[in-house]
Design a protein around this ligand. Structure first.
Ligand code: DAT
Ligand code: MG
Length: 139
């Protein structure tokens, strides 16, 4: 059975450009309920741990540099079929390949600086949410 929670980050590029409000509005309008949220900044160690699965990829250094350069909005979202529906809402990793109207199509600058994160499985959604939030911060 598909789970009902996913984890997202509004990444430093989108925060810098002032897109927090518009992105949260689109998330809410698409039927997701925010059950945890904060403005925070990842340390290098945080980003290396969060993206450990990509550590052998050629872009890993750039990714860690980017994700730590400024604040992010971290949030846990609730909706039936949350992981899959949120990946549809954000669009492809590379905004050039993302469908019209998706968050990445509208707000991402490049494959590396692509505005938002969305978990890729129920298991990772739980791990990523717990990485950023204590139990008392999840509602
Ligand atoms: P997604 O964020 O769509 O799940 P991913 O898990 O494959 O994509 O990669 C994680 C992040 O790493 C992605 O959001 C941006 C960065 N990234 C992925 N592929 C990249 C590439 N070819 N060049 C630069 N950055 C890349
Ligand atoms: Mg991913």
């Amino acid at each position: 059975m598909a789970g009902n929670r996913t984890f997202t980050m509004i990444k430093p590029d989108a925060v810098e450009k002032g897109h927090i409000g518009a992105i949260l509005d689109q998330i809410n309008a698409s039927g997701f309920r925010i059950v945890a949220m904060k403005l925070t900044q990842m340390t290098t160690a945080d980003a290396e741990t969060f993206y450990a699965v990509h550590k052998e990829r050629p872009f890993f250094g750039e990714l860690v540099e980017f994700m730590t350069r400024g604040p992010i909005v971290a949030a846990i979202l609730e909706k039936e079929n949350a992981v899959e529906d949120f990946r549809t809402l954000i669009g492809a990793t590379n905004p050039e390949d993302a469908a019209e109207g998706t968050i990445r199509k509208k707000y991402a600058s490049s494959v590396g600086e692509n505005a938002v994160h969305g978990s890729d499985s129920d298991e990772n959604a739980a791990i990523e949410g717990a990485f950023h939030f204590a139990g008392r911060e999840m509602f």
